[in-house]
Design a protein around this ligand. Structure first.
Ligand SMILES: N[C@@H](CCC[C@H](N)C(=O)O)C(=O)O
Length: 263
């Protein structure tokens, strides 16, 4: 039996596994089973956290469909909290994700909830922003500016775009963004979950970058369906750097999975 920990960051939920206890990495089939909402634990993604040279730990991120993703902003915030409670790191943390090195800090809010801030990688500034902008924030995102994200059927419209050319094969995360009174509202369809999630950390980072290009404002409070996130960034000639993502991360339960995994 394998012990698992269930976390969420503003409603984006994850199964966390301690890499020190694993004999093998779960297969895509096993990940799909574990993340299944009715027949498994249920989650948007599965994260393995394990010590690695040069950093406090490494985070390996899989979407609920078993596909590997290079980065997950909310998942990384939860991994920082897990690294802390599992003794892999202190409250100033360095970690490695698929897109490179990151740092993080955390403050306890309750016994099982923390405010976590992480550094995100530099973001290349796209050539132009129209009503829809492709931007990479550790994972690929499309940001579509709309008057009211709540009037969009995100699962249907997001899926239509994600499976259209040119995204069909490699996939893309689709964000619907409104910019009003220096506040952003975002709803995201995530590839790999193939549905809307309650929040997406790399998605809100992409939206903050697009909003900064449109308005010149660099600090944003962002409303997602699962709660509030904060993004700060600095615009240079061709990149945004000093990109920070901040918000709560919570552990909701832990348990032992009784299926056949691990082999
Ligand atoms: N929910 C994540 C993003 C997870 C990866 C994404 N679905 C992908 O495959 O690119 C976040 O909080 O950033």
């Amino acid at each position: 039996m394998i012990k698992f920990y269930k976390f969420h960051g503003t409603g984006n939920d994850f199964i966390m596994l301690d890499g020190r206890e694993l004999l093998t990495i779960p297969t895509p089939d096993e990940i799909r089973q574990l993340c299944h909402r009715q027949m498994g634990i249920g989650a948007d993604g599965l994260i393995i956290v394990k010590p690695v040279e040069g950093f406090d730990f490494e985070m390996i991120y899989f979407n609920a469909d078993g596909s590997l993703a290079t980065m997950c902003g909310n998942g990384a915030r939860c991994a920082v909290a897990f690294g802390y409670i599992s003794g892999m790191s202190g409250s100033d943390i360095t970690f490695k994700a698929g897109d490179g090195g990151h740092s993080g800090t955390l403050q306890p809010l309750t016994d099982y909830k923390w405010m976590v801030e992480i550094s995100m990688g530099n973001i290349s500034i796209p050539d132009h922003t129209g009503e829809s902008t492709e931007i990479h924030t550790g994972t690929p995102h499309l940001v579509i500016i709309t008057r009211d994200p709540d009037s969009v059927n995100v699962p249907v419209e997001g899926r239509r775009i994600r499976y259209s050319e040119p995204y069909q094969t490699s996939g893309i995360n689709v964000n619907f963004l409104s910019i009003r009174d220096n506040r952003l509202k975002v709803r995201t369809y995530e590839k790999g979950v193939e549905d809307e999630t309650l929040s997406c950390g790399t998605g809100v980072t992409a939206c903050a970058a697009v909003a900064a290009m449109k308005t010149g404002v660099n600090n944003w409070i962002i409303e997602t369906r699962g709660g509030i996130l904060e993004v700060r960034l600095k615009k240079n000639e061709t990149i945004f750097d000093n990109v920070r993502l901040k918000g709560p991360a919570a552990m909701v339960f832990c348990g032992e999975f009784t299926g056949s995994f691990p082999r």
